[in-house]
Write a protein that binds this ligand. Structure first.
Ligand code: TRP
Length: 332
């Protein structure tokens, strides 16, 4: 039986990229698999977070997942820090993974930047915690984007080394789940940069909290080029903004990029932008309304998350027992 684990970092200001790139895929997975969806607040604090903002972002991210259509009864939706097994297994993996393996992680290099000596130890060990997330439930499949592939490879290496070191077969080999052509949503101001909450310009992204008017304005102001819309994806070369807007439309309308090109190719951007704004509002407005409704009743939201954490703990308990026995720890 396939079991899926996926994590999303709690970031305030969720945007269209988070929705189309991750959350929406989860909604599709829940029909076919047993799924655990986790808001990974422990990963978030590898970079300093203002505590109240973190708590709010954790709820808001969970609310967005629910609003997008995840059924919390059919799946397990929970917050990472509510299940201590993640930290317990991560420590053991800190002792299994090699410093050399972690030193090769490109995400660490990017996030630590020039001040590597000053980065938290947690940021360095981040992939070990991610491996613990996945393996604590013996998940068999993890939906991954390009940026997390290296971390998933490391998870496989850790699982194998653990099994080898202790002469057991506790952990399965985890497979990546590549979900069709990756939807990489780029900035509305620069088609070569990923849409990001940390971009200085709010016009670079469509937030899940934007009103219909905000969305229409941002789409109208989105960067384009003077040529009419490309007629085929082959004409995307050198036109990152056109490629991005068409990809966004295709994702929102759930259509092939080719079809979108065939429909709008040769027409001016002004026509297309109107339709793009309408499509974005049609998809996001109901989600935004539902996020706002859920955020207005944090106690109800917390009950859903608490129930998820209880069920996650129950799944984790026997795995952790097996790990303890393999390592030589006395029963917890
Ligand atoms: N590192 C992932 C990201 O930044 C989030 C994450 C944490 C995750 N644990 C995970 C994703 C386990 C998949 C499986 O996107």
């Amino acid at each position: 039986m396939a079991r899926i684990f996926s994590g999303i970092q709690p970031t305030g200001h969720l945007h269209l990229g988070n929705y189309l790139g991750a959350i929406r895929n989860w909604v599709r997975l829940q029909q076919d698999f047993e799924c655990l969806f986790c808001v990974v607040d422990m990963h978030a604090i590898t970079l300093w977070q203002e505590p109240q903002a973190l708590a709010r972002a954790t709820r808001e991210t969970a609310a967005a997942v629910l609003a997008a259509g995840i059924d919390p009864h059919a799946n397990i939706l929970f917050v990472q820090s509510a299940v201590p097994g993640h930290a317990q297994l991560a420590w053991i993996f800190n002792c299994v993974a090699r410093i050399g393996w972690l030193s090769r992680m490109t995400q660490f290099k990017e996030k630590a930047g020039k001040h590597r000596e000053n980065a938290s130890v947690g940021l360095y060990a981040y992939p070990n915690l991610m491996a613990a997330d996945i393996l604590l439930y013996k998940a068999t499949h993890v939906p991954v984007g390009e940026d997390q592939k290296q971390h998933l490879e490391l998870t496989r290496d850790i699982a194998q080394k653990f099994n080898n070191d202790f002469g057991v077969t506790v952990f399965p080999v985890v497979e990546p789940l590549i979900l069709g052509p990756a939807t990489r949503i780029m900035s509305l101001r620069d088609g070569t940069k990923k849409m990001s909450k940390s971009d200085a310009s709010d016009f670079s992204r469509i937030n899940l909290t934007d009103t219909a008017d905000d969305i229409a304005l941002k789409v109208r102001k989105a960067k384009t080029d003077p040529a009419p819309l490309p007629e085929t994806p082959a004409q995307f070369d050198g036109r990152p903004e056109a490629a991005n807007l068409i990809s966004i439309y295709a994702a929102l309308a759930d259509q092939e990029v080719e079809r979108v090109c065939a429909r709008f190719g040769g027409r001016p951007f002004s026509d297309f932008k109107q339709e793009l704004a309408d499509a974005a509002v049609a998809v996001l407005a109901p989600i935004t309304t539902e996020v706002n409704r859920l955020m207005a009743d944090p106690a109800a939201l917390d009950r859903i998350l608490k129930d998820g954490a209880e069920r996650a703990r129950a799944l984790a308990a026997p795995v952790l027992e097996e790990v303890y026995r393999a390592v030589g720890f006395l029963d917890a």
